[in-house]
Write a protein that binds this ligand. Structure first.
Ligand code: EAX
Length: 329
């Protein structure tokens, strides 16, 4: 670049910056970041895309939300930490690593707690779920709304899982979640906790035999490329939650606070609708791509295998608290 054209470029960009600054004076714009650890083309991607669109629309463009996918800002645990610190404003995460931050939420990760999607959604949207959202406040996090990850199923590359005994001795990647780790040991699994962002490669390289995740995640992550067998165990419901840095939330006007909460609710709605859609199409899709899918019609055998672990959970959480969730309409 010649000296003259350099000067012209500098002057032009200065004018450009001035123009942006003037436009900015008319509508002050604040940009925030939100992240997920899985791909954009997923139930979580639809969730944060909807959130970004709704925040911008509801605040008349005063707030803009930048979306990051596939762990571009870090895996779920790091994203929660960053949101707590405020180096990123927002994240949508499964509850996998959440107990390390807000232990009260652990109870939601107990296997076979929820009967079906309708049950899980109504508990989370009802008084129990709303009480839990408030527990994040003391940890520097504002939980805007529950979202959804889905009912988890087992996949592996070793053998077809036709009953709980077939799980014995399998080395399975699990989330960094103390409740899951404790429960899966009850199946005789050898649990290997790791961040989601490392799972594909671990399966590919055979560091672990298998993993468990909802259909929405299995398809979004293309696990059929590295896993042969899928058993529809539905052994645990996996909630997700939309978190915001508490300080940043508190700085909002009360009208904007409501806009953010409403945007999060819209995000959860879109996210759940995509889960519903995935639940209808994913099994046929995975079969077509070569996975062997085992329908688990009788879950009671898997539940029975966890009886001793359940006695432990009753001590940890209180049977009454477990029953309050289990018997909720
Ligand atoms: O949030 O870590 C997991 O297995 C989660 O289900 C996944 O990251 C989606």
């Amino acid at each position: 670049m010649s000296k003259n054209s350099f000067v012209v470029t500098v002057v032009m960009s200065a004018l450009g910056a001035l123009g942006i600054a003037m436009a900015g004076a008319a509508v002050a714009q604040t940009t925030m970041k939100i992240s997920i650890s899985i791909a954009q083309n997923s139930h979580q991607g639809v969730g944060i895309d909807t959130f970004a669109k709704e925040v911008e629309r509801r605040t008349g463009g005063r707030y803009k939300v930048q979306t990051f996918y596939s762990g571009a800002l870090g895996a779920e645990r790091e994203s929660i930490e960053a949101t707590q610190l405020g180096t990123q404003e927002l994240t949508l995460t499964s509850t996998g690593p959440v107990p390390n931050f807000v232990p009260e939420v652990r109870i939601l990760d107990v296997p076979f707690l929820f009967r079906d999607y309708a049950h899980a959604r109504s508990v989370l949207d009802g008084p129990i779920g709303q009480e839990m959202l408030a527990k994040f406040d003391a940890k520097g996090l504002k939980a805007l709304a529950w979202a959804e990850n889905g009912f988890r199923h087992m996949t592996n590359s070793k053998r077809a899982i036709n009953g709980p005994d077939d799980l014995k001795g399998l080395k399975m990647r699990t989330m960094e979640n103390p409740v899951h780790i404790q429960a899966y040991k009850g199946f005789g699994i050898n649990p290997t906790p790791m961040a989601f962002t490392e799972v594909f490669m671990a399966l590919q390289q055979g560091t672990v035999d298998g993993q468990e995740n909802p259909l929405s995640v299995i398809t979004a992550a293309k696990f059929e490329q590295v896993q042969k067998y899928l058993s529809l165990t539905g052994h645990v419901y996996s909630p997700a939650v939309i978190l915001m840095n508490k300080g940043k939330f508190d700085e909002l006007t009360s009208a904007d606070k409501q806009h953010f909460i409403d945007a999060a609710k819209e995000a959860a709605k879109a996210n759940r609708a995509r889960v519903d859609q995935d639940e209808k199409t994913a099994v046929a899709d995975l079969r077509a791509k070569g996975m062997q899918v085992i329908d688990v019609v009788d879950r009671s055998k898997y539940q029975a295998a966890l009886t001793p672990v359940y006695a432990e959970f009753a001590k940890q959480f209180g049977q009454a608290n477990l029953d309050r969730i289990k018997t909720a309409k």
